[in-house]
Design a protein around this ligand. Structure first.
Ligand code: CP
Length: 336
C-alpha cells in the first residue's frame, strides 16, 4: 500500500497483481465497469509514483497512427510507450500508402506482417476500430489496439486521464456534481466522460448552445442547464470543451454560421466572475487544445482552480496503464 498526498485528499493505492486490467484491445469506455476504472487508475498512480515498470521478455514493436492532428495524445502515448520499454516505429499518414488508397485494415495487416504487435490509432471515422478488432471471415489480422480518438465517438485515454485527475482531487466519484460545457454533439470527450461518469456514480450536467445539445442522446446521462450561472456555485468539476470548428461541416455546417465567439464567451466562457462563483475546492478541466478567450479566458488557464496541466501530466501514466492492460490481455512480452 502506498499513500500519496495530493491536493486535499489522501489517495490510498493498492498495488495488487490481481487488480491488473487485461484487455485484448482498449477502444471504448463501454468496455469498463467501475472496478476496472479504479484498478486502472491505481495502476496509473503506481506509475506516477515511480513504481517499477514490468520487464518485457522480448522487444515489442508498436506504432502510433494519427490520421487526425494531435499534440498531447500523440506525444504522451509515445512517452508512455518508451517508459514501458516498447520499441516505437514511426508512422506518418501523409507519407504512407494510405495516400495511394490503401485502407485501414490493409495498413494494419501490413504492420502486423512487419512484426508490429500494438497500434495506437486516432481516426476521423467513428468506430473505425471495428474492422480491426472484429475481422471478417477469412481475415486473420492479430493486432493490439488502443483507440486514441475516433471521430465524435470515443476518447478513452482522455477519459481515463480525466477520471484520474478527478479521483486524485476528491478520492471518489459518488455524487460529485460535474458539468460538461460546450460543443457537446461533436465531442468524443463528452461522450466518453458522460458514460463513464454515470458508471462511477457522479451527477452529470450539460450546458452550451442548444444547437450542440442532442437531448435524445445526452439526457440519458445528465441534465441540461440553460444558464450555467445557475449551477456553477454547486459544481465540484467544471469541464470545458473545445469548440471544434474542424468538425462543423456537413450537417453541422449551419452551427458554424450560428456560432459567435464573443457571444459564446459571454454565455459559457470561464471568466473571472464565474471563476469566483465556483466553490473554493472546485476544479476546472479542459481536454485541450484551448481556444483562449472563447472557452476560457487566457489569464485563468493556470489559475489555482485549474487542473489543465495536471490532466496532461496524468495522461502519460494512464496511457502506460492502458497499454500495459493490452500487453497483458494479449500476453505480449511475457506479461500476463
Ligand atoms: N485532448 C486531446 O486529444 O488533445 P490532442 O488533440 O492534442 O491530442
Amino acid at each position: 500500500m502506498t499513500t500519496v498526498t495530493q491536493n486535499q485528499v489522501v489517495v490510498e493505492i493498492e498495488d495488487k497483481q490481481d487488480n491488473l486490467l487485461r484487455l485484448p484491445y482498449f477502444v471504448s469506455v463501454e468496455q469498463l465497469n467501475a472496478d476496472d476504472v479504479l484498478h486502472l487508475l491505481q495502476r496509473a498512480q503506481y506509475f506516477k509514483n515511480g513504481g517499477e515498470v514490468p520487464a518485457l521478455s522480448r522487444p515489442i514493436f508498436c506504432t502510433n497512427m494519427f490520421f487526425e492532428n494531435s499534440t498531447r495524445t500523440h506525444t504522451s502515448f509515445e512517452v508512455a510507450e518508451r517508459r514501458l520499454g516498447l520499441t516505437v516505429i514511426p508512422f506518418d499518414p501523409s507519407h504512407s500508402s494510405v495516400n495511394k488508397g490503401e485502407n485501414l485494415y490493409d495498413t494494419e495487416l501490413t504492420m502486423a506482417s512487419l512484426g508490429i504487435e500494438l497500434s495506437v490509432i486516432r481516426h476521423p471515422e467513428n468506430a473505425y476500430y471495428n474492422e480491426i478488432i472484429h475481422p471478417k471471415e477469412g481475415q486473420h489480422l492479430q493486432m493490439g489496439l488502443v483507440n486514441a480518438g475516433d471521430g465524435s465517438g470515443q476518447h478513452p485515454s482522455q477519459s481515463m486521464l480525466d477520471m484520474m485527475t478527478i479521483y486524485n482531487e476528491f478520492g471518489h466519484f459518488d455524487g460529485l456534481k460535474i458539468m460538461i460545457v460546450g460543443d457537446l454533439t461533436n465531442s468524443r470527450v463528452a461522450r466518453s466522460n458522460m458514460e463513464i461518469l454515470n458508471t462511477l456514480g457522479a451527477e452529470v450536467y450539460f450546458s452550451g448552445p442548444e444547437y450542440w445539445y442532442d437531448a435524445e442522446e445526452f439526457s440519458k446521462y445528465g441534465t441540461y442547464v440553460k444558464n450555467i450561472d445557475d449551477e456553477i456555485p454547486e459544481l465540484d468539476v467544471l469541464m470545458l470543451l473545445r469548440v471544434q470548428h474542424e468538425r462543423h461541416n456537413g450537417a453541422e455546417a449551419k452551427t458554424e454560421q450560428l456560432f459567435d465567439a464573443k457571444d459564446y464567451n459571454a454565455a459559457y466562457g470561464l471568466n473571472q466572475r464565474r471563476y469566483d462563483m465556483l466553490k473554493d475546492d472546485a476544479i476546472i478541466m479542459h481536454p485541450g487544445p484551448i481556444n483562449r478567450g472563447v472557452e476560457w479566458d487566457g489569464d485563468l488557464v493556470e489559475a489555482p482552480k485549474s487542473r489543465y496541466a495536471v490532466q496532461m501530466h496524468n495522461g502519460v501514466f494512464v496511457r502506460m496503464a492502458m497499454i500495459e492492460a493490452v500487453l497483458r490481455g494479449r500476453k505480449l512480452g511475457g506479461l500476463e
